[in-house]
Design a protein around this ligand. Structure first.
Ligand code: HEM
Length: 569
């Protein structure tokens, strides 16, 4: 600056001229680039789709600046209202297309071609590597084929023991909150990680040392960092993120997480080989999932959700009446190690670690949010809670016995409540895919160009008046058989659908029933917050920014009076 001031007026004029020329050349180059881009097929197809007005270069990115995740969620809802069921948004040169019409959603989700995850999933990579959630192509296909059977109903039935034990443990912990307002999500998160440690890695409470607790804490904190990176736009850039304290924290957390998974895999592998030498070989996946009637399907074990999800055409439709029993219980990790060792699957230790870490992530936050929303809704709608409890009283009376798999089949009203809660508050509120090929959708024959990102607005679809009468109202009867049978399958997709649907769907439903029934048999949940006061955070996992606050009261183990029961119908 001082240099310029000392120079002659003529030199100063030259500098100004050079700056102006440079600016003019740059601006012209940008304009030409912008104009030429607009002429490309990608831009032309993108711009045929309705969406908010754009600014040169920025597209619509300025609309997201300075907004927190709740405000971005509100904006997305406003766009969905203002534009059609197909809306485009440009974030600079990146094209995002939002779909909320089940016919269009089916075109994407039911396809075996459009299965690649959007770039937004990349923050998981340091943690989950190429695990099932983010992998693509042949790797995803072969691992999915290997992992889907480890969620066979026979294996899930053998998890009833840990589901019950951990649910009873959390009930004991929650007693200390009696009569106070507290955030129930903290408890749901803790119990979910404990259950996963046991069912995914085979680490029981008895075998768990401090590393199990540290792992659980690290999983929860990693989820928080990833959530932050989704809504704090500047943290999305690795080059910036690396200079923040979050990055240092992430390194520490990943050391804990990967340290434990690696250690457990090593120990389990050693144990397996030692047992093999002694001639003790665990049952194979094929043996555990063998069907008694040959076709693997048994109508007696079908639940309401099996019927609700039957049109979604995934690879989880197996059912069997064989009960493998407690003795044969194997965690996912054991099953993967066993199949790698006996040669039925070609999977390395690193890949096994990535899959176990993936299951720990996917199975944790989703069910913690899902169970917290159910409890908060029941705390608001007492008459629904009364009906749920009456059903539980019919099954268990005033006994304290643990739930059996058979009991869960009788929890029909509770199941409707869970499904309705997943409809109004889907834990995964949106699903994103990267398109590698152009796709023609049903609405107005729009062609979504290769290279764009498709965002499926589950939250919005679930609240469509076209499929639900009074769509914003909490009404478990939306899932009465007569109301579900003719509804578009893709109008209810909390677990996504098609070949890339949630592999833990049946696990989640079974666990939610055991956990929620145990809590509700012990406590009555109450809240003075009404549903319209819930503030939502539209992150990768839907949460309440105001916290999942409620109160618990001791449950009187008696059914409601006939008058109360009548009122609640
Ligand atoms: C209420 C609970 C749950 C909900 C709402 C849910 C929802 C979902 C959704 C929507 C997807 C697709 C995500 C996408 O395409 O971006 C998904 C994928 C997945 N989920 Fe879940 N999930 C739940 C529980 C679980 C549990 C308990 C596990 C495991 C124990 C699990 C394991 C997975 C895995 C491994 C994938 C990736 C599947 C693939 O890409 O092939 N989920 N989940």
């Amino acid at each position: 600056m001082s240099l310029i001031l000392e120079e002659s007026p003529e030199t100063r004029g030259n500098v100004t001229r050079i700056l102006l020329y440079t600016f003019a050349v740059l601006a012209t180059a940008l304009w030409i680039w912008n104009h030429r881009q607009k002429q490309t097929r990608f831009y032309k197809l993108g711009n045929k789709i309705p969406g908010p007005d754009t600014l040169p270069l920025l597209g619509n990115a300025h609309l997201a600046l300075g907004k927190n995740s709740s405000e971005i969620m509100a904006l997305a809802m406003e766009f969905a209202q203002r534009f059609s069921s197909v809306t485009r948004v440009w974030l600079g040169p990146k094209l995002y297309i939002f779909l909320t019409e089940p016919d269009d959603v089916e075109v994407i989700l039911n396809s075996h071609v459009h299965i690649d995850k959007a770039e937004d999933y990349k923050y998981f990579e340091p943690w989950l590597g190429e695990g099932l959630l983010i992998s693509s192509g042949e790797k995803w296909r072969s691992h999915r084929k290997m992992i889907a059977p480890t969620f066979h109903i026979n294996i899930l039935k053998s998890f009833i023991g840990p589901f019950n034990q951990n649910s009873r443990n959390v009930v004991e912990k929650m007693r200390r909150e009696m009569g106070k307002v507290f955030d129930v999500h903290d408890y749901m998160s803790g119990v979910t990680v404990d259950i996963l440690l046991e069912t995914a890695m085979g680490i029981t409470r008895e075998t768990q040392d401090k590393s199990g607790f540290d792992y659980a804490m690290a999983v929860m904190k990693m989820c928080e960092i990833i959530h932050l990176r989704h809504y704090k736009l500047w943290l999305r850039f690795d080059s910036f993120f690396k200079f923040t304290s979050y990055f240092k924290e992430q390194i520490k957390l990943l050391n804990i997480i990967h340290g434990l998974t690696t250690k457990v895999i090593k120990e389990k592998k050693k144990e397996y080989l030692e047992n093999k030498e002694k001639g003790i070989i665990p049952p194979t996946l094929e043996e555990l999932t063998k069907s008694s009637n040959g076709n693997g399907v048994n109508g007696d074990t079908k639940t309401l959700s099996d019927t609700v999800f039957k049109g979604l055409r995934d690879d989880l439709d197996f059912n069997d009446e064989n009960d493998v029993g407690e003795k044969k219980r194997l965690a996912f990790l054991d099953l993967m190690l066993e199949s790698a060792q006996n040669g039925s699957n070609n999977i390395t230790d690193t890949e096994i670690k990535e899959e176990v870490d993936t299951i720990m992530f996917e199975g944790h936050d989703t069910t913690a949010a899902g169970s917290s929303f159910v409890l908060c809704l029941l705390a608001v709608y007492h008459e629904v809670q009364t009906r749920v409890y009456d059903e539980l009283y019919e099954i268990f009376g005033d006994s304290d016995r643990p739930a059996t798999f058979e009991d869960t089949l009788h929890m029909k009203y509770l199941e409707r409540v869970i499904l309705e809660s997943l409809r109004l508050y889907p834990p995964v509120p949106a699903i994103a895919r990267k398109l590698n090929q152009d796709v023609k959708i049903v609405t107005d024959g729009f062609v979504l160009p290769a290279g764009s990102t498709v965002v499926i607005g589950t939250f919005k679809i679930h609240r469509s008046p076209k499929f639900y009468k009074n769509p914003d109202e909490f009404n478990p009867d939306n899932f009465l058989p007569e109301n579900t049978q003719n509804r578009h399958y893709y109008s209810f997709i909390p677990f996504s659908a098609g070949p890339r649907s949630c592999v833990g769907r049946k696990y989640a439903m079974l666990k939610l029933k055991v956990l929620l029934s145990t809590i509700l048999r012990n406590f009555r949940v109450v809240s003075n917050v009404t549903e319209d006061q819930f503030t939502l955070q539209g992150d990768i996992i839907l949460k309440r920014t105001d916290g999942f606050r409620l109160k618990i009261e001791p449950r009187k183990r008696v059914p409601s009076t006939p008058y109360e029961a009548e009122k609640s119908v």
